[in-house]
Design a protein around this ligand. Structure first.
Ligand code: CA
Length: 226
């Protein structure tokens, strides 16, 4: 079941969106202002965000900009009351996947929700297979393959690789990897992260001594490049 975060301040819209999305079988969470919406978005995985532009405390544009800067790749449908060409372009440039101008029909919105979810399923992992370096990974199945042969990988290795892949082409700090992949486990140090990265390089790099896929960003962390 897809989880949808609705960031919207008008009570009537909140209720209308929640009821209609739940009838369609989605799990819905509501945030009533920009700041709490951004917090939810940075802290939890969602499949889709419906984001109003005119919000108290922080505008929808700022929420989107800061979420993308924070590495959130969740698809976003923006709701704008303005409908001007500039707003549309700004939203799309900031990384919205679609937008709707208020007032809109709920049926139309549900159709867009379905379309965006279908698109994101295909673009993020297709049938679940992803090529990273010289290795073919099937994240849902927790399996990997290299040169046509099964490559043993531990669940933790796959989790780290998945996190780096989900934040590909961005620098991910060791601390972030620690908290996101291990949680707040004090027995694990940043040294552990480095050791896992060395092992992952053995598995995805053509030449692990000269990494071209999982790069070390000195003083910052790691970056998976695809
Ligand atoms: Ca509003």
């Amino acid at each position: 079941m897809a989880r949808i975060l609705v960031i919207e301040d008008e009570p009537a819209m909140q209720t209308g969106l929640r009821d209609n999305l739940e009838i369609e079988g989605y799990e819905v969470e509501i945030a009533g202002d920009g700041t709490s919406g951004l917090e939810s978005l940075l802290g939890h995985p969602y499949d889709l965000v419906i984001l109003d532009v005119m919000l108290p405390r922080k505008s929808g544009y700022d929420v989107l900009r800061e979420a993308r800067a924070g590495g959130v790749r969740t698809p976003v449908i923006m709701l704008t009351a303005k409908g001007g060409e500039v707003d549309k372009i700004l939203g799309l440039e900031l990384g919205a996947d679609d937008y709707m101008t208020k007032p809109f029909s709920l049926r139309e919105l549900l159709a867009r929700v379905k379309a965006v979810l279908r698109r994101s399923e295909h673009s993020t992992s297709g049938d679940g297979h992803v090529t990273i370096g010289s290795t073919l990974i099937d994240f849902p199945a927790y399996t990997a393959e290299r040169n046509g042969k099964a490559l043993p990988m531990t669940p933790k290795e796959l989790e780290i690789l998945k996190f780096l892949y989900d934040h590909r082409n961005q620098t991910v700090t060791r601390d972030r990897l620690l908290t996101e992949v291990w949680g707040y486990d004090e027995s694990v140090s940043t040294r552990t992260v480095d050791n896992f990265i060395l092992r992952l390089r053995q598995k995805v790099e053509a030449d692990p001594a000269h990494p071209r896929v999982i790069l070390t960003i000195h003083g910052a962390g790691y970056k998976l490049v695809v």
